[in-house]
Design a protein around this ligand. Structure first.
Ligand SMILES: Cc1cc2nc3c(=O)[nH]c(=O)nc-3n(C[C@H](O)[C@H](O)[C@H](O)COP(=O)(O)OP(=O)(O)OC[C@H]3O[C@@H](n4cnc5c(N)ncnc54)[C@H](O)[C@@H]3O)c2cc1C
Ligand SMILES: *[C@@H]1O[C@H](CO)[C@@H](O)[C@H](O)[C@H]1NC(C)=O
Ligand SMILES: *[C@@H]1O[C@H](CO)[C@@H](O)[C@H](O)[C@H]1NC(C)=O
Length: 510
Protein backbone atom coordinates (compact mmCIF):
# COMPACT_ATOMS: atom_id res chain seq x y z
CA UNK A 1 0.00 0.00 0.00
CA UNK A 2 2.80 2.35 0.87
CA UNK A 3 4.55 1.75 -2.41
CA UNK A 4 1.34 2.28 -4.35
CA UNK A 5 0.88 5.55 -2.52
CA UNK A 6 4.40 6.59 -3.29
CA UNK A 7 3.86 5.82 -6.95
CA UNK A 8 0.58 7.74 -7.03
CA UNK A 9 1.97 10.69 -5.19
CA UNK A 10 5.21 10.55 -7.13
CA UNK A 11 3.27 10.66 -10.38
CA UNK A 12 1.92 14.04 -9.47
CA UNK A 13 -1.69 12.88 -9.29
CA UNK A 14 -2.19 14.96 -6.21
CA UNK A 15 -0.69 17.97 -7.89
CA UNK A 16 -2.91 17.40 -10.88
CA UNK A 17 -5.98 17.26 -8.63
CA UNK A 18 -4.97 20.62 -7.30
CA UNK A 19 -4.08 21.95 -10.71
CA UNK A 20 -7.64 21.37 -11.86
CA UNK A 21 -8.28 25.02 -11.39
CA UNK A 22 -11.18 26.87 -12.88
CA UNK A 23 -11.78 30.38 -11.64
CA UNK A 24 -14.21 30.32 -8.72
CA UNK A 25 -17.71 31.48 -9.51
CA UNK A 26 -18.57 34.79 -7.92
CA UNK A 27 -20.14 34.24 -4.48
CA UNK A 28 -23.12 36.44 -5.34
CA UNK A 29 -23.87 34.27 -8.32
CA UNK A 30 -23.45 31.14 -6.15
CA UNK A 31 -25.95 32.50 -3.64
CA UNK A 32 -28.48 33.25 -6.42
CA UNK A 33 -28.11 29.74 -7.83
CA UNK A 34 -28.58 28.29 -4.35
CA UNK A 35 -31.61 30.52 -3.76
CA UNK A 36 -33.13 29.30 -7.01
CA UNK A 37 -32.40 25.66 -6.15
CA UNK A 38 -34.28 25.94 -2.84
CA UNK A 39 -36.88 28.44 -3.97
CA UNK A 40 -39.67 25.83 -3.89
CA UNK A 41 -39.12 24.92 -0.22
CA UNK A 42 -41.68 26.15 2.29
CA UNK A 43 -39.08 27.38 4.80
CA UNK A 44 -36.46 29.86 3.60
CA UNK A 45 -33.04 28.19 3.63
CA UNK A 46 -30.74 30.83 2.14
CA UNK A 47 -30.09 34.02 4.13
CA UNK A 48 -28.19 37.14 3.11
CA UNK A 49 -27.29 40.26 4.98
CA UNK A 50 -30.22 42.25 3.60
CA UNK A 51 -32.50 44.44 5.75
CA UNK A 52 -35.22 41.78 5.47
CA UNK A 53 -32.97 38.93 6.70
CA UNK A 54 -30.55 40.84 8.93
CA UNK A 55 -31.84 39.27 12.16
CA UNK A 56 -31.46 35.67 10.99
CA UNK A 57 -28.17 36.47 9.27
CA UNK A 58 -26.78 38.01 12.44
CA UNK A 59 -27.78 35.14 14.71
CA UNK A 60 -26.42 32.58 12.23
CA UNK A 61 -23.11 34.49 12.12
CA UNK A 62 -22.46 34.33 15.86
CA UNK A 63 -19.46 32.25 16.92
CA UNK A 64 -18.31 31.25 20.38
CA UNK A 65 -15.42 33.66 19.96
CA UNK A 66 -16.06 36.83 17.95
CA UNK A 67 -12.42 36.50 16.80
CA UNK A 68 -13.66 33.70 14.49
CA UNK A 69 -16.49 35.68 12.95
CA UNK A 70 -16.50 36.45 9.21
CA UNK A 71 -19.24 37.74 6.92
CA UNK A 72 -20.31 35.10 4.39
CA UNK A 73 -22.07 36.19 1.21
CA UNK A 74 -25.02 34.03 2.24
CA UNK A 75 -25.83 31.34 4.77
CA UNK A 76 -27.50 28.07 3.86
CA UNK A 77 -29.51 26.19 6.51
CA UNK A 78 -30.32 22.65 5.36
CA UNK A 79 -32.91 20.69 7.32
CA UNK A 80 -32.12 17.24 5.94
CA UNK A 81 -29.35 15.26 4.28
CA UNK A 82 -30.87 15.65 0.81
CA UNK A 83 -30.62 19.44 1.13
CA UNK A 84 -26.91 19.13 1.90
CA UNK A 85 -26.41 16.77 -1.04
CA UNK A 86 -28.15 19.10 -3.50
CA UNK A 87 -26.16 22.09 -2.30
CA UNK A 88 -22.77 20.36 -2.36
CA UNK A 89 -23.46 18.99 -5.85
CA UNK A 90 -24.30 22.49 -6.99
CA UNK A 91 -21.14 23.97 -5.42
CA UNK A 92 -18.99 21.30 -7.09
CA UNK A 93 -20.59 21.78 -10.52
CA UNK A 94 -20.59 25.56 -10.38
CA UNK A 95 -17.23 25.92 -8.65
CA UNK A 96 -18.57 27.80 -5.62
CA UNK A 97 -16.51 28.24 -2.47
CA UNK A 98 -18.11 27.36 0.85
CA UNK A 99 -17.55 26.65 4.53
CA UNK A 100 -19.05 24.05 6.88
CA UNK A 101 -20.14 24.87 10.38
CA UNK A 102 -21.56 22.75 13.19
CA UNK A 103 -21.37 24.45 16.63
CA UNK A 104 -19.01 27.24 15.56
CA UNK A 105 -16.62 26.69 18.45
CA UNK A 106 -13.46 26.74 16.38
CA UNK A 107 -11.11 29.49 17.53
CA UNK A 108 -9.87 30.22 14.02
CA UNK A 109 -11.51 32.68 11.59
CA UNK A 110 -12.33 30.90 8.33
CA UNK A 111 -12.32 27.36 9.74
CA UNK A 112 -16.10 27.22 10.10
CA UNK A 113 -16.76 30.50 8.28
CA UNK A 114 -15.95 32.28 5.03
CA UNK A 115 -15.92 35.84 3.70
CA UNK A 116 -16.52 35.43 -0.04
CA UNK A 117 -18.63 32.34 -0.23
CA UNK A 118 -21.53 30.35 1.16
CA UNK A 119 -21.64 29.20 4.76
CA UNK A 120 -23.45 25.91 5.35
CA UNK A 121 -24.78 26.01 8.91
CA UNK A 122 -25.79 22.51 9.95
CA UNK A 123 -27.81 23.52 13.00
CA UNK A 124 -31.08 22.27 11.42
CA UNK A 125 -29.69 18.71 11.33
CA UNK A 126 -30.69 18.23 14.94
CA UNK A 127 -32.28 14.78 15.12
CA UNK A 128 -31.39 12.66 18.13
CA UNK A 129 -32.59 9.11 18.63
CA UNK A 130 -31.58 6.10 20.67
CA UNK A 131 -31.64 2.46 19.60
CA UNK A 132 -31.80 0.56 22.89
CA UNK A 133 -31.39 -2.83 21.22
CA UNK A 134 -27.94 -2.02 19.88
CA UNK A 135 -27.09 0.68 22.42
CA UNK A 136 -26.44 3.21 19.67
CA UNK A 137 -27.36 6.90 19.50
CA UNK A 138 -28.00 8.58 16.17
CA UNK A 139 -27.36 12.31 16.18
CA UNK A 140 -27.63 14.93 13.46
CA UNK A 141 -24.32 16.73 12.81
CA UNK A 142 -25.70 20.14 13.75
CA UNK A 143 -26.45 19.30 17.37
CA UNK A 144 -24.74 20.71 20.43
CA UNK A 145 -23.82 18.36 23.25
CA UNK A 146 -26.30 19.84 25.72
CA UNK A 147 -29.24 18.54 23.68
CA UNK A 148 -27.54 15.21 23.02
CA UNK A 149 -26.80 14.62 26.71
CA UNK A 150 -30.30 15.69 27.70
CA UNK A 151 -32.09 13.41 25.25
CA UNK A 152 -29.90 10.37 26.01
CA UNK A 153 -30.08 10.69 29.80
CA UNK A 154 -33.78 9.99 29.49
CA UNK A 155 -32.68 6.50 28.42
CA UNK A 156 -30.05 6.22 31.17
CA UNK A 157 -27.11 6.49 28.75
CA UNK A 158 -24.65 9.10 27.54
CA UNK A 159 -21.94 9.42 24.90
CA UNK A 160 -18.37 10.73 24.68
CA UNK A 161 -18.80 14.42 23.96
CA UNK A 162 -17.62 17.87 25.02
CA UNK A 163 -16.73 18.87 28.56
CA UNK A 164 -18.43 22.10 27.56
CA UNK A 165 -21.93 21.26 26.36
CA UNK A 166 -22.21 24.22 23.99
CA UNK A 167 -19.68 22.69 21.55
CA UNK A 168 -20.99 21.38 18.26
CA UNK A 169 -20.79 17.68 17.55
CA UNK A 170 -19.41 18.01 13.99
CA UNK A 171 -16.06 19.70 14.56
CA UNK A 172 -15.50 18.06 17.93
CA UNK A 173 -16.01 14.48 16.67
CA UNK A 174 -14.07 14.77 13.42
CA UNK A 175 -11.07 16.40 15.15
CA UNK A 176 -10.60 13.89 17.98
CA UNK A 177 -12.56 15.00 21.01
CA UNK A 178 -11.34 14.82 24.59
CA UNK A 179 -14.16 13.61 26.83
CA UNK A 180 -14.51 13.01 30.55
CA UNK A 181 -14.67 9.30 29.63
CA UNK A 182 -11.53 9.25 27.45
CA UNK A 183 -9.24 7.48 29.95
CA UNK A 184 -11.64 4.55 29.77
CA UNK A 185 -12.91 4.77 26.18
CA UNK A 186 -10.39 6.65 24.05
CA UNK A 187 -11.07 9.71 21.96
CA UNK A 188 -14.69 10.61 21.35
CA UNK A 189 -14.03 9.97 17.66
CA UNK A 190 -13.11 6.34 18.48
CA UNK A 191 -16.64 5.87 19.78
CA UNK A 192 -18.30 6.64 16.46
CA UNK A 193 -20.08 3.58 15.14
CA UNK A 194 -20.82 5.03 11.71
CA UNK A 195 -21.20 8.33 9.86
CA UNK A 196 -23.47 9.46 7.08
CA UNK A 197 -21.47 11.68 4.76
CA UNK A 198 -22.23 13.73 1.65
CA UNK A 199 -19.41 13.48 -0.87
CA UNK A 200 -18.36 16.13 -3.40
CA UNK A 201 -20.59 14.71 -6.16
CA UNK A 202 -23.61 14.80 -3.87
CA UNK A 203 -23.58 11.07 -3.19
CA UNK A 204 -24.69 10.07 0.33
CA UNK A 205 -22.84 7.13 1.84
CA UNK A 206 -22.45 5.47 5.23
CA UNK A 207 -18.96 4.68 6.48
CA UNK A 208 -18.25 2.36 9.40
CA UNK A 209 -15.96 -0.48 10.38
CA UNK A 210 -17.97 -2.62 7.95
CA UNK A 211 -18.37 -0.40 4.89
CA UNK A 212 -16.04 2.19 3.37
CA UNK A 213 -13.69 1.10 6.17
CA UNK A 214 -10.66 3.06 5.08
CA UNK A 215 -12.67 6.26 4.70
CA UNK A 216 -14.18 5.65 8.13
CA UNK A 217 -10.75 5.47 9.70
CA UNK A 218 -9.58 8.60 7.89
CA UNK A 219 -12.62 10.55 9.07
CA UNK A 220 -11.46 10.00 12.66
CA UNK A 221 -9.14 13.00 12.51
CA UNK A 222 -10.13 14.01 8.98
CA UNK A 223 -12.06 17.18 9.91
CA UNK A 224 -13.76 18.65 6.81
CA UNK A 225 -11.49 17.02 4.20
CA UNK A 226 -13.76 14.28 2.82
CA UNK A 227 -17.28 15.63 2.76
CA UNK A 228 -20.05 17.06 4.89
CA UNK A 229 -20.94 14.64 7.64
CA UNK A 230 -24.67 14.83 8.24
CA UNK A 231 -25.16 12.18 10.92
CA UNK A 232 -23.10 10.36 13.53
CA UNK A 233 -24.12 7.05 15.09
CA UNK A 234 -22.35 6.78 18.43
CA UNK A 235 -21.68 4.01 20.91
CA UNK A 236 -23.22 4.84 24.28
CA UNK A 237 -22.03 4.63 27.89
CA UNK A 238 -24.13 3.66 30.88
CA UNK A 239 -25.08 6.77 32.86
CA UNK A 240 -26.86 5.18 35.81
CA UNK A 241 -24.02 6.13 38.20
CA UNK A 242 -23.74 9.71 39.47
CA UNK A 243 -21.32 12.00 37.68
CA UNK A 244 -19.00 14.37 39.51
CA UNK A 245 -16.99 17.24 38.04
CA UNK A 246 -14.89 19.73 39.95
CA UNK A 247 -12.65 22.73 39.45
CA UNK A 248 -9.90 23.26 42.05
CA UNK A 249 -7.67 26.32 42.41
CA UNK A 250 -4.28 26.42 44.17
CA UNK A 251 -2.09 29.39 45.08
CA UNK A 252 1.17 29.99 43.21
CA UNK A 253 3.05 28.82 46.33
CA UNK A 254 1.95 25.20 45.67
CA UNK A 255 3.58 25.20 42.28
CA UNK A 256 6.19 22.49 42.90
CA UNK A 257 3.71 20.14 44.55
CA UNK A 258 1.15 20.81 41.86
CA UNK A 259 3.56 19.94 39.06
CA UNK A 260 4.94 16.91 40.83
CA UNK A 261 1.48 15.40 41.45
CA UNK A 262 0.34 16.37 37.97
CA UNK A 263 3.35 14.40 36.71
CA UNK A 264 2.25 11.36 38.76
CA UNK A 265 -1.23 11.56 37.33
CA UNK A 266 0.17 11.86 33.79
CA UNK A 267 2.43 8.83 34.25
CA UNK A 268 0.08 6.22 35.68
CA UNK A 269 -2.69 7.95 37.62
CA UNK A 270 -5.02 8.22 34.66
CA UNK A 271 -4.52 4.49 33.97
CA UNK A 272 -4.87 3.43 37.60
CA UNK A 273 -8.44 4.74 37.76
CA UNK A 274 -10.08 5.36 34.41
CA UNK A 275 -13.21 6.74 36.05
CA UNK A 276 -11.08 9.80 36.79
CA UNK A 277 -10.15 12.57 34.41
CA UNK A 278 -8.02 15.69 34.90
CA UNK A 279 -6.80 18.68 32.88
CA UNK A 280 -4.08 20.63 34.63
CA UNK A 281 -4.02 24.32 33.93
CA UNK A 282 -2.50 27.57 35.06
CA UNK A 283 -3.57 31.11 34.40
CA UNK A 284 -2.08 34.58 34.52
CA UNK A 285 -3.90 37.90 34.52
CA UNK A 286 -3.14 41.41 35.74
CA UNK A 287 -5.62 41.27 38.60
CA UNK A 288 -5.58 37.55 39.44
CA UNK A 289 -1.81 37.14 39.08
CA UNK A 290 -0.59 33.57 38.71
CA UNK A 291 -2.76 30.61 39.77
CA UNK A 292 -2.77 26.86 39.31
CA UNK A 293 -5.94 24.95 38.73
CA UNK A 294 -7.43 21.75 37.51
CA UNK A 295 -10.67 20.63 35.96
CA UNK A 296 -11.48 17.04 36.80
CA UNK A 297 -14.22 14.49 37.00
CA UNK A 298 -15.16 11.15 38.47
CA UNK A 299 -17.79 9.05 36.74
CA UNK A 300 -19.13 7.38 39.87
CA UNK A 301 -20.09 8.27 43.45
CA UNK A 302 -17.45 10.61 44.79
CA UNK A 303 -16.80 11.90 48.28
CA UNK A 304 -14.45 14.89 48.57
CA UNK A 305 -13.49 13.84 52.13
CA UNK A 306 -12.47 10.40 50.93
CA UNK A 307 -11.65 10.66 47.23
CA UNK A 308 -10.39 7.94 44.90
CA UNK A 309 -6.63 7.45 45.57
CA UNK A 310 -5.43 9.01 42.29
CA UNK A 311 -7.37 12.19 43.12
CA UNK A 312 -6.51 12.34 46.82
CA UNK A 313 -3.38 14.57 46.64
CA UNK A 314 -5.44 17.25 44.93
CA UNK A 315 -8.10 17.32 47.66
CA UNK A 316 -6.37 16.50 50.95
CA UNK A 317 -3.80 19.32 51.10
CA UNK A 318 -0.87 17.29 49.75
CA UNK A 319 -0.91 19.97 47.06
CA UNK A 320 -1.40 22.80 49.57
CA UNK A 321 -4.54 24.86 50.02
CA UNK A 322 -6.98 23.39 47.54
CA UNK A 323 -10.08 25.47 46.91
CA UNK A 324 -12.52 23.00 45.32
CA UNK A 325 -15.79 23.84 43.66
CA UNK A 326 -18.19 21.29 42.19
CA UNK A 327 -19.68 21.69 38.73
CA UNK A 328 -21.71 18.58 39.42
CA UNK A 329 -21.88 16.82 42.82
CA UNK A 330 -23.29 13.29 42.39
CA UNK A 331 -25.17 14.81 39.47
CA UNK A 332 -25.11 14.25 35.72
CA UNK A 333 -22.78 14.93 32.82
CA UNK A 334 -25.35 17.39 31.52
CA UNK A 335 -25.25 19.48 34.68
CA UNK A 336 -21.44 19.51 34.69
CA UNK A 337 -21.05 20.44 31.04
CA UNK A 338 -23.86 23.01 31.06
CA UNK A 339 -22.17 24.81 33.93
CA UNK A 340 -18.86 24.83 32.11
CA UNK A 341 -20.57 26.37 29.08
CA UNK A 342 -21.72 29.21 31.34
CA UNK A 343 -18.25 29.65 32.84
CA UNK A 344 -16.66 29.56 29.37
CA UNK A 345 -19.25 31.97 28.06
CA UNK A 346 -19.30 33.01 24.42
CA UNK A 347 -18.41 36.52 23.36
CA UNK A 348 -14.71 36.91 24.21
CA UNK A 349 -11.76 37.03 21.83
CA UNK A 350 -9.46 34.01 22.02
CA UNK A 351 -6.55 32.42 20.19
CA UNK A 352 -5.14 28.94 20.47
CA UNK A 353 -1.96 26.96 19.94
CA UNK A 354 -1.04 23.36 20.71
CA UNK A 355 1.80 20.84 20.81
CA UNK A 356 2.55 17.64 22.76
CA UNK A 357 5.36 16.33 24.93
CA UNK A 358 6.33 13.19 26.82
CA UNK A 359 5.83 13.68 30.57
CA UNK A 360 8.87 15.04 32.41
CA UNK A 361 8.82 17.13 35.61
CA UNK A 362 11.77 19.31 34.65
CA UNK A 363 10.28 19.95 31.21
CA UNK A 364 6.90 20.90 32.72
CA UNK A 365 8.73 23.56 34.76
CA UNK A 366 10.67 24.75 31.71
CA UNK A 367 7.53 25.07 29.57
CA UNK A 368 5.71 27.00 32.24
CA UNK A 369 8.77 29.23 32.64
CA UNK A 370 8.72 30.08 28.93
CA UNK A 371 5.01 30.85 29.07
CA UNK A 372 5.44 33.12 32.11
CA UNK A 373 8.43 34.89 30.57
CA UNK A 374 6.59 35.60 27.29
CA UNK A 375 3.55 36.87 29.21
CA UNK A 376 4.95 40.39 29.45
CA UNK A 377 3.58 43.34 31.40
CA UNK A 378 2.65 44.92 28.09
CA UNK A 379 0.34 41.98 27.36
CA UNK A 380 -1.09 41.87 30.87
CA UNK A 381 -2.04 45.53 30.50
CA UNK A 382 -4.20 44.92 27.45
CA UNK A 383 -7.94 45.16 28.22
CA UNK A 384 -9.52 41.86 29.26
CA UNK A 385 -6.25 39.94 29.08
CA UNK A 386 -5.92 36.51 30.63
CA UNK A 387 -3.77 33.59 29.50
CA UNK A 388 -4.22 29.89 30.22
CA UNK A 389 -1.70 27.09 29.79
CA UNK A 390 -3.08 23.54 30.01
CA UNK A 391 -1.74 19.98 30.22
CA UNK A 392 -3.86 16.99 29.27
CA UNK A 393 -2.45 13.48 29.69
CA UNK A 394 -3.24 10.70 27.21
CA UNK A 395 -2.44 7.41 28.96
CA UNK A 396 -1.96 3.73 28.05
CA UNK A 397 -5.59 2.82 28.60
CA UNK A 398 -6.87 5.70 26.50
CA UNK A 399 -4.62 4.53 23.64
CA UNK A 400 -5.56 0.87 24.14
CA UNK A 401 -9.26 1.77 23.97
CA UNK A 402 -8.66 3.66 20.71
CA UNK A 403 -6.84 0.70 19.20
CA UNK A 404 -9.53 -1.76 20.34
CA UNK A 405 -12.17 0.29 18.57
CA UNK A 406 -10.36 0.14 15.24
CA UNK A 407 -7.90 2.98 15.50
CA UNK A 408 -7.85 6.53 14.16
CA UNK A 409 -5.61 8.78 12.09
CA UNK A 410 -3.56 10.26 14.92
CA UNK A 411 -0.50 8.00 14.94
CA UNK A 412 0.09 8.16 18.72
CA UNK A 413 2.12 5.13 19.77
CA UNK A 414 2.79 5.89 23.44
CA UNK A 415 1.40 8.03 26.25
CA UNK A 416 1.92 11.74 25.94
CA UNK A 417 0.72 15.04 27.31
CA UNK A 418 -1.09 17.49 25.08
CA UNK A 419 -0.31 21.08 25.91
CA UNK A 420 -2.24 24.13 24.80
CA UNK A 421 -2.09 27.84 25.26
CA UNK A 422 -5.13 30.05 25.18
CA UNK A 423 -5.04 33.82 25.71
CA UNK A 424 -8.19 35.91 25.84
CA UNK A 425 -8.60 39.65 25.39
CA UNK A 426 -11.22 42.29 24.56
CA UNK A 427 -10.18 44.35 21.55
CA UNK A 428 -10.09 43.29 17.90
CA UNK A 429 -7.16 45.65 17.46
CA UNK A 430 -5.11 43.35 19.75
CA UNK A 431 -5.77 40.20 17.67
CA UNK A 432 -2.46 40.23 15.80
CA UNK A 433 -0.45 40.84 18.96
CA UNK A 434 -2.16 37.95 20.78
CA UNK A 435 -1.78 35.51 17.90
CA UNK A 436 1.92 36.39 17.66
CA UNK A 437 2.30 35.81 21.42
CA UNK A 438 0.57 32.40 21.13
CA UNK A 439 2.87 31.36 18.29
CA UNK A 440 5.99 32.60 20.09
CA UNK A 441 5.27 30.60 23.25
CA UNK A 442 4.40 27.50 21.25
CA UNK A 443 7.50 27.58 19.06
CA UNK A 444 9.82 28.20 22.01
CA UNK A 445 8.16 25.40 24.01
CA UNK A 446 8.46 22.97 21.11
CA UNK A 447 12.14 23.82 20.84
CA UNK A 448 12.65 23.26 24.58
CA UNK A 449 10.86 19.89 24.36
CA UNK A 450 13.09 18.88 21.43
CA UNK A 451 16.20 19.91 23.34
CA UNK A 452 15.04 17.78 26.28
CA UNK A 453 14.39 14.82 23.94
CA UNK A 454 10.72 14.89 25.03
CA UNK A 455 8.96 16.34 21.99
CA UNK A 456 5.95 14.31 20.80
CA UNK A 457 5.04 15.14 17.22
CA UNK A 458 1.25 14.72 17.65
CA UNK A 459 -0.95 17.82 17.73
CA UNK A 460 -4.66 17.67 18.63
CA UNK A 461 -6.64 19.08 15.71
CA UNK A 462 -9.35 20.59 17.89
CA UNK A 463 -6.79 22.74 19.68
CA UNK A 464 -4.83 23.80 16.60
CA UNK A 465 -4.17 27.51 16.11
CA UNK A 466 -4.72 29.50 12.95
CA UNK A 467 -0.99 29.46 12.11
CA UNK A 468 -0.77 25.68 12.59
CA UNK A 469 -2.86 25.03 9.50
CA UNK A 470 -0.22 22.92 7.75
CA UNK A 471 1.23 21.14 10.74
CA UNK A 472 -1.76 19.45 12.37
CA UNK A 473 -2.57 16.59 10.00
CA UNK A 474 1.10 16.43 9.05
CA UNK A 475 1.80 15.61 12.72
CA UNK A 476 -0.22 12.36 12.41
CA UNK A 477 2.85 10.82 10.75
CA UNK A 478 3.82 9.61 7.28
CA UNK A 479 1.83 6.37 7.26
CA UNK A 480 -1.41 8.04 8.35
CA UNK A 481 -0.93 10.97 6.00
CA UNK A 482 -0.45 8.55 3.08
CA UNK A 483 -3.63 6.69 4.00
CA UNK A 484 -5.49 9.97 4.19
CA UNK A 485 -4.09 11.07 0.82
CA UNK A 486 -5.09 7.81 -0.86
CA UNK A 487 -8.60 8.18 0.47
CA UNK A 488 -8.74 11.73 -0.81
CA UNK A 489 -7.91 10.47 -4.30
CA UNK A 490 -10.67 7.91 -4.03
CA UNK A 491 -13.46 9.90 -2.37
CA UNK A 492 -12.72 13.49 -3.37
CA UNK A 493 -10.64 13.19 -6.55
CA UNK A 494 -11.23 16.80 -7.58
CA UNK A 495 -10.22 18.03 -4.12
CA UNK A 496 -13.49 19.90 -3.67
CA UNK A 497 -13.05 19.89 0.10
CA UNK A 498 -9.62 21.48 -0.23
CA UNK A 499 -10.10 23.81 -3.20
CA UNK A 500 -13.69 24.94 -2.63
CA UNK A 501 -13.61 24.66 1.17
CA UNK A 502 -10.58 26.81 1.96
CA UNK A 503 -10.98 26.78 5.76
CA UNK A 504 -9.73 24.26 8.29
CA UNK A 505 -6.85 21.85 8.77
CA UNK A 506 -6.01 20.24 5.44
CA UNK A 507 -4.33 17.01 4.37
CA UNK A 508 -0.80 17.75 3.10
CA UNK A 509 -0.81 18.08 -0.70
CA UNK A 510 -4.49 19.06 -0.80
C1 LIG B 1 -14.84 26.71 25.36
C2 LIG B 1 -14.31 25.53 24.59
C3 LIG B 1 -14.23 24.30 25.23
C4 LIG B 1 -13.73 23.22 24.54
N1 LIG B 1 -13.67 22.01 25.17
C5 LIG B 1 -13.21 20.93 24.49
C6 LIG B 1 -13.19 19.64 25.09
O1 LIG B 1 -13.61 19.44 26.23
N2 LIG B 1 -12.68 18.62 24.37
C7 LIG B 1 -12.23 18.78 23.08
O2 LIG B 1 -11.78 17.82 22.47
N3 LIG B 1 -12.28 19.98 22.49
C8 LIG B 1 -12.75 21.05 23.15
N4 LIG B 1 -12.79 22.26 22.51
C9 LIG B 1 -12.35 22.37 21.10
C10 LIG B 1 -13.50 21.94 20.17
O3 LIG B 1 -13.52 20.54 20.10
C11 LIG B 1 -13.31 22.48 18.75
O4 LIG B 1 -13.39 23.88 18.79
C12 LIG B 1 -14.35 21.88 17.79
O5 LIG B 1 -14.01 22.24 16.48
C13 LIG B 1 -15.74 22.36 18.12
O6 LIG B 1 -16.70 21.73 17.32
P1 LIG B 1 -17.80 22.59 16.52
O7 LIG B 1 -18.67 21.63 15.83
O8 LIG B 1 -18.41 23.58 17.44
O9 LIG B 1 -16.84 23.31 15.50
P2 LIG B 1 -17.01 24.27 14.18
O10 LIG B 1 -16.36 25.53 14.61
O11 LIG B 1 -18.45 24.32 13.78
O12 LIG B 1 -16.18 23.46 13.16
C14 LIG B 1 -14.81 23.17 13.36
C15 LIG B 1 -14.24 22.53 12.07
O13 LIG B 1 -14.87 21.30 11.80
C16 LIG B 1 -15.47 21.30 10.50
N5 LIG B 1 -16.78 20.62 10.61
C17 LIG B 1 -17.73 20.86 11.54
N6 LIG B 1 -18.79 20.06 11.34
C18 LIG B 1 -18.51 19.31 10.25
C19 LIG B 1 -19.24 18.30 9.54
N7 LIG B 1 -20.45 17.91 9.95
N8 LIG B 1 -18.67 17.74 8.45
C20 LIG B 1 -17.44 18.12 8.05
N9 LIG B 1 -16.71 19.07 8.68
C21 LIG B 1 -17.23 19.65 9.78
C22 LIG B 1 -15.63 22.77 10.15
O14 LIG B 1 -15.63 22.96 8.75
C23 LIG B 1 -14.43 23.40 10.84
O15 LIG B 1 -13.28 23.37 10.05
C24 LIG B 1 -13.30 23.36 23.19
C25 LIG B 1 -13.40 24.60 22.57
C26 LIG B 1 -13.91 25.67 23.24
C27 LIG B 1 -14.02 26.98 22.53
C1 LIG C 1 -35.34 12.92 11.71
O1 LIG C 1 -36.09 11.87 12.24
C2 LIG C 1 -37.35 11.71 11.61
C3 LIG C 1 -38.11 10.66 12.37
O2 LIG C 1 -37.31 9.55 12.63
C4 LIG C 1 -37.16 11.37 10.13
O3 LIG C 1 -38.38 11.27 9.49
C5 LIG C 1 -36.33 12.47 9.48
O4 LIG C 1 -36.03 12.12 8.14
C6 LIG C 1 -35.05 12.69 10.23
N1 LIG C 1 -34.37 13.85 9.68
C7 LIG C 1 -33.07 13.83 9.37
C8 LIG C 1 -32.51 15.12 8.89
O5 LIG C 1 -32.36 12.85 9.48
C1 LIG D 1 -21.99 11.82 46.93
O1 LIG D 1 -22.78 10.94 47.70
C2 LIG D 1 -22.08 10.27 48.75
C3 LIG D 1 -23.02 9.33 49.47
O2 LIG D 1 -23.67 8.52 48.58
C4 LIG D 1 -21.53 11.28 49.73
O3 LIG D 1 -20.73 10.61 50.69
C5 LIG D 1 -20.67 12.30 48.98
O4 LIG D 1 -20.23 13.31 49.85
C6 LIG D 1 -21.42 12.91 47.82
N1 LIG D 1 -20.50 13.73 47.05
C7 LIG D 1 -20.64 15.02 46.85
C8 LIG D 1 -19.59 15.69 46.06
O5 LIG D 1 -21.58 15.67 47.27
Amino acid sequence: MLSLATVLLGSGLVLRANAFVLPFRSPTSCCSLLGAEFNGDTEPKVFSNTPLQATEYESLSTYWTPAARLNPTCIFTPTNTQDVARAVKLFTRKNCQFAIRSGGHSYNPGWAGITNGVLISLYGLNNISYDSIHGLASIGAGNRWTDVYGALLEHGVTVLGGRNSDLGVGGYLTGGGISYYSNDRGWATDNIFSVEIVLADGKIITASRHEHKELFRCIKGGSNNYGVITKFVLETVDASKPFNAFAIGYPATSNNDFISHAYDYCTGGSDADTKSHIIFAASISKVGGFANGLLGSYSDVFDAANPAPVLRPFFDGTVPNPAPGFLSANGTIKVATDILSIVQAPGTRYAMGTFSVYADIQLFHTLRGIWEEETTEELKDRPGFMTEFAFQPVGEKWLAASAAKGGNSFGIDRPLVMVWLQPRWDLASDDAMMVAYTDRVRVRCEQAAKTAGKFAKFRHLNYGGRNQRNEIIHSFGTANVLRMQLNKLQYDPLNVFGRLVPGGFKIPGF
